[in-house]
Design a protein. Structure first.
Length: 318
């Protein structure tokens, strides 16, 4: 049970949440960041990041997350490893409007505002080798990891717009791209399919599913099973990019803030949701591009907006 009343409670410890914590503490906001697992989020699955400003030679996902965490903790950010089960608005002592964040073991955090940065979860194939080779050949972000597969063979799994777009993007680097889809035709937009078929680096493997991802220390290939006759074959490759869907981790705010049809949190440019005092940033927020650099920028904006909200609430705004 946490008896303190925080100015800001941040849910989620990925790049967006950590940056929000850094900016909140720089504004002298009493802040707690609550992360279910290890701070870093999905970035921990990225073996090497080569498009984040300031690191011309690249940086590992875990190292980038650790650097942001250290910087935030150095100026007093409190990080708790905990799992939030419920968020509700409730009066705290003599303060009329606060938020109570109740944990799965019935503990609680009380705060004047919330920055929700719980991220999103890529849907997985759930096949042997996928978890083992995550960050070592298995990726869920072509923009992040594509350049590392220059002149190598890669497999893209999926048949929607995202899979085809990323397959075309990967063809800029890879020597060969094989798109594996479980149905007899792709479901991506016609214009994307036309662009894909015109690219002589890209092959289609339809009516097929990945049955396993093979390798020793890194990926060396995949086993593919035909959905019609059950026949299996091996496809040698050094990378497997999975694009079978993504789910925003927005369930805690369902019926509390406005969501898009596909479950993402809707905000304005200041990261303010439809509920006063609740802000959102990072991959859980509706937007057109999911990149680490965007998440950190949104985290900074969310912290500044939450700071202004809290100061107005306290009557200390300049």
């Amino acid at each position: 049970m946490k008896e303190e009343l925080y100015d800001i409670a941040i849910v989620g410890g990925g790049p967006a949440g950590l940056t929000a914590g850094l900016y909140a503490r720089r504004a002298d906001m009493k802040t707690v960041l609550i992360e279910r697992y290890v701070p870093g989020g999905q970035v921990l699955l990225t073996d090497r990041i080569e498009n984040y400003p300031g690191f011309p030679d690249g940086i590992t996902g875990s190292e980038l997350a650790e650097r942001i965490k250290e910087q935030a903790c150095k100026i007093g950010l409190t990080i708790e490893q905990d799992s939030i089960a419920l968020i509700q608005e409730e009066k705290y002592k003599d303060v009329k409007r606060t938020f109570k964040l109740i944990t799965e073991d019935s503990g609680e955090y009380n705060a004047l505002s919330i920055i929700f940065a719980a991220g999103a979860t890529w849907k997985h194939l759930d096949v042997p080798g996928e978890e083992k080779f995550a960050g070592r050949g298995v990726s869920y972000c072509a923009t992040c990891d594509g350049p590392m597969f220059r002149n190598k063979k890669v497999v893209v799994v999926g048949g929607g717009d995202k899979a085809v777009e990323e397959g075309i993007y990967l063809a800029k680097f890879a020597s060969e791209v094989t798109v594996v889809h479980r149905r007899d035709r792709l479901r991506a937009a016609k214009i994307l399919q036309e662009a894909l078929t015109k690219n002589n680096k890209i092959k289609l493997c339809l009516n097929s599913i990945i049955s396993s991802i093979e390798g020793d220390k890194v990926v060396s290939g995949v086993k593919v099973k035909n959905t019609r006759d059950g026949a299996e074959k091996d496809i040698p490759c050094q990378g497997v990019f999975v694009f079978v869907g993504i789910e925003p981790n927005s369930a805690l705010l369902k019926n509390k803030v406005k969501l898009s049809d596909d479950g993402y949190i809707l905000t304005d440019g200041d990261m303010q949701t439809s509920a006063e005092g609740i802000f959102a940033c990072g991959d859980v927020r509706k937007k057109s591009l999911q990149q680490i650099v965007m998440a950190t920028g949104e985290g900074a904006q969310a912290a500044i907006s939450a700071q202004r909200y809290v100061e107005n609430l306290k009557g200390t705004a300049y």
